[in-house]
Design a protein around this ligand. Sequence first.
Ligand code: TXA
Ligand code: MG
Length: 315
Amino acid sequence: MKQITVTEAAALLSNGHVVAVPTETVYGLAARYNDAAAVQQIFTLKNRPLDHPLILHCESINAITTFGRDIPNYVYTLAQQFSPGPLTYILKKTNIVPDQITAGQDTVAIRIPAHPVIQQLLNELKQPVVAPSANPYCQLSPSSAEHVYHYFGNHVAILDGGRCNVGIESTIIDATDPNRITLLRPGGIHLEQIQQCTGVECISKQASKIHYPGNKKVHYAPKTPLQLLDRATIEGRLKTNTSTHCAYVLISDTTPESKMVTHLPSDPKGYAQLLYHTLHQLDQQNFDCIIIETPPQNSAWQGVNDRLNKASATA
Ligand code: TXA
Ligand code: MG
C-alpha cells in the first residue's frame, strides 16, 4: 500500500482524483464537493445508486451557513458540544450545493469530522469534500487503511490515519424542523445525549417523513453469514460439539480461551471501536458463520445494534 502525505492528498483532490481519507468514524472516499467528474467516480467505485446522497465534510461549523439554510438554533447548541465529531446534520440546502451530491433533494448532509488528518487536509484544500464510507455498496465499512486497500487496491490513493477511534458511522439527524429532531441513523452519539444537550424533542426515524436512501435492511454486511444469539444459547453451543465451523463474538472484558471465540468490550464505545475491525478479520478466516452475542438493548448500544441488525438481516 502506497503511503501519501496530506499535501499529496490535497494535490490529488485538486487535480480531480478520488482519495480515501481517515475520519474518526470510518474511512471515506473523498472528492471535492463541486468536482462533478470526481463525485461521479465515487459512485462508480462504490457501485452506489445515484439516488443515495453524500455527506459534505467541512473543516468547521462556520461553513454551515454557506451550505445550509433555515438552520434551527439547536444545531448550534449541538455543534458546540459535538462538532467536530461523529454527528451529521441534515439541513435545507443553499443553491451552492450541487444536486449531484444531494440526489436532487432539497436537503444536504453536513458533518465536521474530528480526525486530525482530515482536519489538516480540509485546511490545506480550503474547501469541503464529500465522502461516503470507503466500501463497495452494502459491504462492511472500513475502519483502517488496510480495509480500504482490501476493497480498492491501488485504484484509490489512501491517506493513512491509523485505526478509526469511533469505529462506526456518524449519527445522522434530520435538523430541518425547528421544533423536533429526528434520528435517521444512530452512531457514536446517541438519542439521549442529543435530547439532553438541546432540550428539543427527539424521535427516531420510523416517525419521520424524510426520504432516507441507503437505509436498506441488508447493509454493512460481511460475506460470512452472521447471526445474533443470546449469551446462554451461545454458551450452550460452545459446550456441545457442533460440526459447523463458527466464530463466536461475546461481550467480555477478559481474554478468550478458545480460538473460535472473540471478546469485545462491555462498554458500548469500546465495542463499537472494534466491531468492524473484528468483522473484517473474521470474514477473512473462512468460517461457516459468525455468531454474535446480542448486546444490551439500551440507548447507548443503539448504534451497535443498528449495524448488527443490518449485518444479520437476510433480505
Ligand atoms: O461517519 C460517516 O458518516 C461516514 C464518514 C466517512 O464520514 N460517512 C458515511 O457516509 O457513512 P455514507 O454515504 O456511507 O452514509 C451516509 C448516509 C447515506 O445513507 C445517505 O443516503 C444519507 O447518509 N444521506 C446523505 N445525505 C442525505 C440527505 N440529504 N437526506 C437524507 N439522507 C442523507
Ligand atoms: Mg456507507
